[in-house]
Design a binder for this molecule. Structure first.
Ligand code: SAM
Length: 286
């Protein structure tokens, strides 16, 4: 029989029985709301053909729901204290593989192996949301979609447009190959213990139709250029790029002019397409 982990009394009893306290430092805010759990799983549009990577299974609430629809689930958890709880909550779900590692250092390419178009679904630990999303998106894995439960302000940064105060490296990373869709807002009361901020379910997925954008010739170089472009927000783009890249200021200015970009512009003024153009142009001038 499956443990009903969306029931607060079940969660509290389970924690007490195992002498566990949710760790603030590890961002342990467990989802205890059936409605929002169902919305996260529905957003991932799972089928038995899917491999899902989950970050931070916690007590196994979301993991159980994913395992009931996907063919395989690989869940990465850092907190080994949760092992006895997960042994109980995931006992009926043999297609779940637990990986006891830090999600910030796992090799995602190796983890997904030959799987085509794997998916990510996760209620992310809040203290590392941004570096984790960046790592997943820069892992060069052909994700079919990524569904995240994140702080509302992170969701705003993920979907921000150029010249908006929230637009930066995270926005570019999310919008480079994916469309960003807000699935639903989630109140703090949907978690135990309740966090201090509201959350949002966000879905990233490859555009279904239309012309795909021109991609960077060399992705590691593209990310280096984007990091440099947003590295020093008060500086002009030309100055930020010359501070962060192994190129002379003259090479950078010529490259920007060749792309029709004002050297006096700032990184946050450039669209994702313009950043790709600049990275490709500067890549040829190295
Ligand atoms: N998925 C569960 C749920 O929805 O109730 C728990 C989500 S809780 C917000 C985040 C989970 O991520 C916790 O279980 C925490 O221990 C785990 N975690 C925190 N840091 C981690 C890391 N660096 N690598 C892997 N898991 C981590």
């Amino acid at each position: 029989m499956q443990l009903k982990l969306t029931k607060p009394s079940v969660v509290q009893t389970l924690l007490r029985q195992h002498n566990l306290r949710p760790s603030k430092g590890l961002g342990q805010n467990f989802l205890i709301n059936e409605h929002y759990l169902a919305q996260i799983v529905a957003a991932a549009e799972l089928s038995p053909a899917d491999l899902v990577i989950e970050i931070g299974p916690g007590l196994g609430t979301l993991t159980q729901a994913l395992a009931s629809q996907a063919g395989r689930v690989i869940s990465i958890e850092k907190d080994q204290r949760l092992a006895p709880v997960l042994a109980i909550s995931l006992a009926p779900h043999k297609q779940v593989q637990l990986v006891w590692q830090d999600a910030l250092t796992v090799d995602y390419q190796q983890l997904v192996g030959e799987a085509t178009q794997p998916k990510v679904v996760a209620n992310l630990p809040y203290y590392i949301t941004t570096p984790l999303i960046l790592r997943l998106l820069q892992a060069e894995v052909p994700w079919r979609c990524l569904v995240f439960l994140v702080q509302a302000e992170v969701a705003d940064r993920m979907q921000a447009s150029p010249s908006n105060k929230d637009y930066g490296l995270l926005s570019v990373a999310c919008q480079y190959k994916h469309e960003v869709e807000i699935v639903t807002r989630v109140p703090a009361s949907a978690f135990y213990p309740a966090p201090t901020v509201a959350s949002t379910v966000v879905k990233l997925q490859a555009p279904a139709s239309g012309r795909p954008r021109e991609l960077a010739v060399e992705e590691p170089w593209f990310w280096q250029v984007v990091r440099a472009a947003f590295g020093q927000r008060r500086k002009t783009l030309a100055n930020s790029l010359s501070a962060g890249l192994p190129l002379t200021k003259e090479q950078i200015q010529l490259g920007l002019v060749a792309q029709g970009v004002e050297p006096g512009a700032r990184g946050e003024d450039l669209t994702v397409d313009e950043l790709v153009g600049v990275a490709n142009e500067l890549g040829c001038r190295r």
